[in-house]
Design a binder for this molecule. Structure first.
Ligand code: MN
Length: 286
């Protein structure tokens, strides 16, 4: 099944090209703050699953008529593995690898959805790069999870862009700007995706193919990433793990259109626009 967020915190099932509303179900209503309906839906999925299967038999709305948001807006954390493909390490001339350096975090406030734009900070002369990544969505709470048990903790998968300001400043700060974590278009349940270790990932800018990788080349595979993260932090339903980007990263600039696609997971097309803020005492001067 595929689950989306839309129209101000609503959650729904995406069935074909139609979105069916789930936000009438008790516990996942949309007029709440923070917008955490999808977190509760995932946590109590066993309770909601039958309703989600039945709702596709009721009228819905065309996906083109709704404003798709990030399917999750307020996860407890977004864990991100840095260099997790050898070819990306080589292109960055970096000796770092995910199996030696572990993970970092991105703030939930950086999340945007497939209908939103990537807003570049006003920092002349600096490069902002695209990084397409398979996103894991955690399904249940866990700590010290063995790799063999990791699949049972995974709810599904989605597409994620880890937008990055290149430079020498603290990595988390360079990757933390608002809109620097496009996520979507839907969370596709793990049963529908199948083996996460053989998914092609492609990203193009203005129609030019820039990244063309496959998760078979991950250094730390999906189960090992879940296990390693859970040795440090308790994982909660809705936590996102960004699994690293394949080779081919490069700059984006205002006016660009970024198309990304992952086999069996989905695709998004995002525009890039110039923002007027973002420079500060550390980056770009104040
Ligand atoms: Mn990344």
């Amino acid at each position: 099944m595929k689950f989306v967020g839309y129209d101000g915190g609503r959650i729904g099932v995406l069935h074909g090209e139609v979105v069916h509303d789930l936000s009438g179900l008790p516990g996942v209503e949309h007029r709440i703050w923070p917008p955490t309906a999808m977190l509760r839906f995932i946590k109590d999925f066993a309770r909601y699953e039958a309703a989600a299967q039945n709702v596709v038999n009721t009228p819905g709305r065309s996906v083109d008529e709704v404003h798709l948001e990030a399917p999750l807006g307020w996860p407890n954390k977004v864990i991100a593995y840095p260099i997790n493909y050898n070819a990306h390490g080589s292109e960055m001339n970096s000796p770092n690898r995910a199996d030696r350096n572990g993970f970092f975090l991105k703030p939930s406030s950086a999340l945007i959805g497939p209908s939103d734009s990537i807003v570049l900070p006003d920092i002349p002369g600096r490069e902002f790069h695209h990084e397409i990544e398979l996103a894991i969505v955690i399904g249940k709470q866990g700590r010290n999870i063995e790799p063999e048990r990791a699949p049972s903790y995974i709810f599904g998968y989605s597409c994620l862009l880890d937008i990055t300001l290149r430079g020498s400043e603290e990595r988390v700060m360079r990757k933390a700007y608002d809109s620097f974590c496009p996520f979507g278009p839907a969370i596709v349940t793990a049963d529908e995706v199948g083996n996460p270790g053989e998914l092609g990932l492609r990203l193009s800018v203005n129609g030019e193919l820039r990244q063309d990788g496959n998760t078979k080349d991950l250094i730390l595979n999906v189960s090992r990433m879940v296990s390693l993260a859970s040795r440090v932090s308790t994982l909660y339903p809705g936590d996102i793990i960004a699994t690293g980007t394949p080779a081919g990263v490069g700059p984006i600039k205002p006016g660009d259109v970024v198309d990304c696609e992952i086999d069996r997971v989905g695709s998004m097309s995002l525009s890039v626009i110039q923002g007027s803020a973002g420079h500060n005492a550390i980056i770009g001067g104040d």
